[in-house]
Design a protein around this ligand. Structure first.
Ligand code: ATP
Ligand code: MG
Length: 407
């Protein structure tokens, strides 16, 4: 991709209403634009990041044996009335048609996946069933001032599982928890697992995956010596400075965090509401146990920016960076290296614009691709190689650059 053909330009200043780092940097670097509070356009670089995050999530969902589908965003009100959420949910967006029919916009997809599964589930042999999709959600959130951390429209991966009994569910629940930790590690994040109550979804225990960041809205207490972590909003049993109730080795620390994912035990709430039964081995009709498992794709992108940036701009982890390298061409140089990188399957952003070198370097730092290459009159037949996290650059030949990019 050549920057000279990109329609998006970077901005020197952040929008006046931007309060969080992710909002400021993502707009300045040309990843997103805000249409209104909590609703964003994802520009080409932003879309690439979303696709990279989605792909990592997808690979781990597929590895668990889940099937990807794409469910509707617009639902008949009747499904939501059946489960009571039409009245109970504060965040459900309701839409009326010109024929005065009521519809709901997807705030999540239990109300569509359960009747869908009902068509295909008949006996215990059809279980477990694991269905997921990666799609937009709409929620009438009151606070949407954290950039893409809290959207009124946001991208989520939601997985739903159906099980013959609690034992089978519990086994899968553990596997899902492990898969989630793997996903966040691959995304370059350290997620702490909290135990919390299931909120409007269920009375049962749920797990939240929290990443420490001051931009987050969750108050957590955690232990530095073990995995213990709780959401303070849910319990008032423990306080900062008290011994960790799990290992007793350290004092509990309090921190702000952002919830990037969670998993819920839904029990039989939805299978009962939609009268979804299967025959067990004895030929008796039973209601399967359900679980739901969300990951906020757009929120995760925002959290990554909150975690990985400096005063100059974003610093993407390699796995989610929109490009592998940012090639800065000075004095009209670079076309040859650009083509050679592409031939070697390196996804390269080439700054071939006819502007000042200083502006090109500032943009490279702002955009945040992990490796910057420079070719100019000064570099001769070598290439200047610099990592976004380092101040040192090296002059390398093409092969040496390639082998470094391989790592
Ligand atoms: P929160 O407590 O932050 O409102 P939630 O408990 O409502 O989250 P879920 O309904 O379980 O979250 O949604 C699954 C995931 O979707 C969350 O873990 C989070 O990563 C993401 N998510 C939820 N609400 C939003 C939002 N308004 N904007 C962006 N991402 C969101
Ligand atoms: Mg919420």
């Amino acid at each position: 991709m050549k920057l000279s053909s990109s329609f998006v330009t970077t901005l020197r200043d952040a929008p006046k209403d931007a309060e969080t780092v992710n909002h400021k940097l993502l707009v300045r670097a040309g990843y997103v634009r805000q249409l209104m509070a909590g609703v964003y356009t994802y520009l080409p670089f932003g879309l690439k990041v979303l696709n990279k995050i989605s792909q990592i999530v997808r690979e781990e969902m597929d590895a668990m044996g889940a099937s990807e589908v794409l469910m509707p965003l617009m639902h008949p009100a009747s499904n939501w009335k059946l489960t009571g959420a039409w009245e109970k949910s504060d965040v459900l967006f309701k839409v009326k048609s010109r024929t005065k029919r009521d519809y709901a916009l997807a705030q999540s997809n239990e109300e569509t996946v359960t009747p869908l599964a009902k068509e295909f589930l008949h006996t215990y042999k059809d279980l477990p069933l694991l269905i997921y999709h990666i799609n937009w959600k709409f929620r009438d959130e009151l606070r949407s001032k954290s950039g893409i951390l809290r959207g009124r429209e946001f991208l989520m991966k939601d997985l739903y599982s159906f099980h013959i009994d609690q034992k089978d569910f519990d086994g899968f629940y553990k596997k899902a928890k492990e898969a989630y930790l793997k996903i966040f590690t691959r995304l370059g994040l350290t997620a702490k697992v909290t135990e919390a109550s299931g909120g409007v979804f269920s009375e049962k225990i749920s797990y939240e995956f929290e990443v420490l960041t001051d931009a987050g809205e969750a108050n957590i207490l955690y232990c530095n010596s073990c995995d213990y972590c709780v959401n303070v909003d849910d319990i008032d049993k423990y306080k900062e400075g008290e011994d960790c109730p799990s290992c007793t080795k350290s004092k509990l620390k309090s921190a702000l965090a952002s919830e990037v994912g969670n998993v819920f035990d839904l029990g039989q709430k939805y299978t009962k509401a939609f009268d979804l039964t299967v025959k067990n081995e004895a030929g008796i009709n039973i209601y399967p146990i359900m679980g739901c498992y969300g990951i906020g794709i757009t929120r995760t992108m925002g959290v990554i920016v909150e975690k990985f940036h400096d005063e100059k701009g974003i610093i993407w982890p390699k796995e989610v960076s929109p490009y592998d390298v940012h090639l800065v061409g000075l004095n009209g140089k670079g076309e040859n290296i650009y083509n050679k990188l592409k031939e070697n399957n390196i996804d390269v952003l080439f700054d071939d614009r006819d502007i000042q070198a200083g502006q090109k370097f500032a943009d490279a730092d702002l955009i945040g691709i992990p490796v910057r290459l420079v070719v100019s009159d000064k570099t001769g037949d070598k290439i200047e190689y610099k990592e976004r996290t380092s101040n040192d650059s090296k002059l390398l030949d093409f092969e040496a650059v390639l082998s470094r990019l391989d790592r």
